[in-house]
Ligand binder design. Sequence first.
Ligand SMILES: C[S@@+](CC[C@H](N)C(=O)[O-])C[C@H]1O[C@@H](n2cnc3c(N)ncnc32)[C@H](O)[C@@H]1O
Length: 263
Amino acid sequence: MASFDDEYERPAPRTRNYAQNLSLPVSLIPPWSQRISVAARYTLTGMSRRPLPRLGEARGGHRLFAALYDPLTASFERAVLAERRRALLGDLTGVVLDLGAGTGANLVHFRGPARVVAAEPDPWMRKRLTARAAAAPVPVEVSRDRAEQLGFEDASFDAVVCACVLCSVDDLAAALAEIGRVLRPGGQLAILEHVRAEDGFAKWQRRFQPLWSRVSGGCHPDRDIAGAVTSAGFAFEAKDMFDPVPPWVLTRPWLQATARLDA
Ligand SMILES: C[S@@+](CC[C@H](N)C(=O)[O-])C[C@H]1O[C@@H](n2cnc3c(N)ncnc32)[C@H](O)[C@@H]1O
């Protein structure tokens, strides 16, 4: 069976790309333009849903996305997300799993947990996360776990945090099943995610998803996350839909919520 390192650290095998299909000398075409042109062609024409390489994936993880994540999200973080994170995370206690912790944006907002496990499979994100973990106000342990296959015992967490991650996991239902497994009975799922629009804008989110996913670390703007959480057996105890961005932004509206598994 492939280990985590096999999956994430080893360079991906080279596949024939767009330029090679056209018989152009690959050396004449910069790699980024090949990837963008292939993604654009497939998105705009809907010619195929065959998996395309994501930016930066060839070296394992999303190096460019990880480098740009903090600078690109800084103003939105300050204006909107920081306050939301504070409200969602400030009262959590016990042992908490921060799933897809990224560069560690949640960490400064924890006050009560005895310990936080920050799980991040992308090595480029994890490098930044590890640096932030050392300065966090609570003890933080960094892990490589993927949401769909968590290497923790059943019922080992008092709370699981999903902030801007359920849009990116490969298998949403499998991730939610794993979250339910590692939560202790009565444990809390804390959610801060952008979700599928409830109006006609959902059509544009679906249409642009293939291209968007390629430039944003695998993000799916068209996911019905609230519906998936309910289907996984959770019941919402608090649920706030908010729309903090202009109407043309793909990643809207947002959901801030807490949920527990139905007894
Ligand atoms: C948009 S970032 C959000 C990071 C952070 N939670 C935040 O709120 O800023 C999404 C993160 O989810 C991680 N991720 C993607 N697929 C994942 C999976 N299957 N399991 C766990 N994390 C995953 C990515 O590596 C990335 O760091």
